[in-house]
Every structure is written in C-alpha cells, then in structure tokens.
Write a protein that binds this ligand. Structure first.
Ligand code: PHE
Length: 357
C-alpha cells in the first residue's frame, strides 16, 4: 500500500500538464484503475483483514484525489503566470498618434448655408446628378433650340448606336430639383437644394464639377421683396457682417420672370478682398420669380401659386469667405491644401456657435 501511495504521489508531482494528470487519475482510480481493483478485492478478504485494509484504501483514494486536485490547481496557476509574463503590456508607453482628417471647405460651407436657411424655415431637398434633359432643360422652360442649352456646356451621357432617345445629362445646375420637389410635394414649399453640378469649363474660376445651392419658396403671395429679405439675411449671417449691401441687377433666365443677378458689396485693397465694405461688387447668384411655365411643368397651378427661386455658387462664396484664391485647388486633393483650409470635424457649424471657427 505504501509503495502504491509513493508511486502515485511521485508521478502526480512530476506531471507536466492536465492531460497527464487525467491519465494518472484513470490509471489509479478509473474503473480498471490500480486502486479501484484493490478496493474490489476487499470483498474476498476476511472480515479481520477488511477492517484494516478498507479504511487504508479509502484514505489512499482520498489522498490521491486531493493530490490530483492540488496539482491541477498548481498547473493552472503556472499557466496563468506564464501567460501574464508573455502578454505583459507597458501601459505607460505613449500611444501612436494618428493624423486627423479635416472637413473640406465645401462641406463646411454647405453645412453653414444649410444651418442659416434652416433657421429661416427652409428644408433640404435633393435630386440626381445624372438627370433627363426634360428635368434639366425642358421643364425649366429651356426648349431644345434655346441658346441657353448651348451656353451651359453640357456633358451628355452615352447612348448606344441606334438608340434615338435624348441622352441623359450631368445636371448643369440644381434647378431641376425645383421641378422634382414640386412634382412630389406640390405647393406651398420652402426648400434649398445643395449639390454638385457639371459644365465643360476649366480655368481659375471654373471647374467642370462645382457646387450650387438652389433655393425655392412657393406660396400665395411671395414676392421679389421676400427674395431680397431672405438673401440679405443670408449674406449677413454667412459673412458675419451686419447690414451687408446687395445689388440686384436685372437679368434673364428662361425659368424666372423677372430675373435678377445678385452682387454683394466688397472692396479690393492691396490685393485683399473684403466683404461688406467699399464700392466694388461681386456676383454671387442668379434669381427671380419662378416662371409660370415652370410651375405648370411641375404640376403647380400658376394662377394660385407664385414664388421665388435662386441658384448660388457654393464654391464661389466659400472662396470669398475663406480667402481661397484658386477654385481648381478645391478638387486637387493636395493634403497640404486640405490641412490648411480644412475644418475640424468636431466643430459643427451652428448659428449660435458663430457658424465656423
Ligand atoms: N440655374 C441658374 C444657373 O445655374 C441659377 C438660377 C437659379 C437663376 C434659380 C434663377 C433662379 O445659372
């Protein structure tokens, strides 16, 4: 019995992992284990012998069991200790810094414009950048032979040979959103529609893709006076100059009657552009009273409803507000430019927060 005990105690002490512990347990205490077999022999013993052998075997079984349990715990602790050593982490090391991206001036200005018009009750509407020639031209009272179509330097989409339907266009302005919005929601309405537009043109102040924001307000009695007030409110808030002067010049658009181009007051001193002072003027948008034919095309009764529309160059007003001289640089994706003119992602423009900082 003592040999048996010594043998298992030694082997348990030497076991290197849980698997060998388990085979030891089976070998000693399993169904056909050495100690189990000995216990079965108790039945054949005389009552005298059994009296000593029985308790001794039970004690041996308990001892082996607790030796196994103790060793198992020790092995677990050792494994954990080894893992802790291996996975040791120096939490005092400084982190790796990453360069944060920035918000593009166009995105920033779009947010600013949206915040200002939202405050005046305008919702945001959207339309597709690839549109039919009907939405981009015909519905806006620009028929096929109209010179405005040629002036727009339109990009046309491809049509297969033999497909004689008029090709879709990359929208040349945001005005088609007027039609799409009125068709769907009718009158009255007050919306702005910011987005990308396309014209085949490229120099310091023109890129083939640029951004406009359309404005549309339709109701029973909306007039040019309302247009003027809304735009002056907008410019004062956007350029953060109180009482900024605007100039409405008579103009012509097929989709508005009467029409006006709007300039804002500015000065040029030593090559420095200042908004809201001096006696220079900068053109920033086209506008007018929505033409009855446009209302009709969009399913709105021109005898019951009227209103104004305007289309403003977002890139243009971004250049003016933030003193960015070349429009083409907006779309070069030059990281140095983006870091210089970009805005922090955490500073969302709001009216009470002073729009931008
Ligand atoms: N769509 C015109 C343009 O792109 C601007 C405009 C919009 C003019 C709405 C009048 C009314 O030049």
């Amino acid at each position: 019995m003592e040999d048996l005990r010594q043998k298992y105690i030694d082997r348990i002490a030497q076991a290197g992992d849980e698997d060998s512990l388990e085979s030891l347990r089976v070998e000693a205490l399993g169904k056909k284990g050495e100690i189990s077999l000995k216990m079965r022999e108790l039945g054949k013993m005389s009552p005298e012998e059994r009296k000593t052998a029985g308790p001794a075997l039970n004690a041996l079984k308990d001892e082996i069991n607790s030796a196994l349990a103790a060793k198992k715990e020790a092995l677990g602790d050792a494994a954990l200790e080894a893992r802790l050593q291996e996975e040791w982490l120096d939490v005092t090391l400084p982190g790796r810094s990453r360069r944060a991206g920035s918000i593009h001036p166009i995105s920033q200005v779009t947010e600013e414009v949206t915040a200002i018009f939202a405050d005046m009750g305008f919702a945001v509407a959207e339309g597709p950048q690839i549109d039919t020639d009907w939405y981009n031209f015909d519905a806006l009272n620009i028929p096929g032979h109209h010179p405005a179509r040629a002036e727009m330097d339109t990009f046309y989409m491809h049509r297969d040979e033999g497909d004689n339907r008029p090709p879709h266009v990359l929208r040349t302005h945001t005005s088609p959103v007027q039609i799409r919005h009125m068709e769907k929601h009718g009158a009255p309405c007050r919306i702005i529609a910011p987005g990308r537009v396309y014209r085949a043109d490229y120099d310091q102040t023109h890129t083939p893709m640029f951004h406009q924001v359309e404005g549309l307000a339709i109701d029973r009695e909306i007039s040019m006076a309302n247009l003027k007030w809304v735009l002056e409110e907008f410019f004062a808030a956007f350029f953060e100059v109180k009482g900024i002067k605007t100039r409405f010049r008579a103009s012509h658009f097929p989709f508005t009657e009467p029409s006006a181009e709007v300039d804002i007051q500015c000065s040029w001193e030593d090559g420095q552009l200042k908004i809201g002072e001096g006696d220079g003027w900068l053109e920033v948008l086209g506008s007018g009273m929505v033409h009855p034919k446009v209302l009709e095309a969009a399913g709105v009764d021109p005898k019951a409803w009227q209103g104004f529309a305007f289309g403003m160059g977002i890139d243009r007003i971004a250049m003016l507000k933030y003193g960015i001289p070349d429009l083409r640089a907006f779309f070069d994706s030059d990281l140095r430019w983006l870091r210089h003119y970009g805005f922090s992602g955490l500073q969302v423009p709001t009216l009470h927060g002073g729009l931008s900082r």
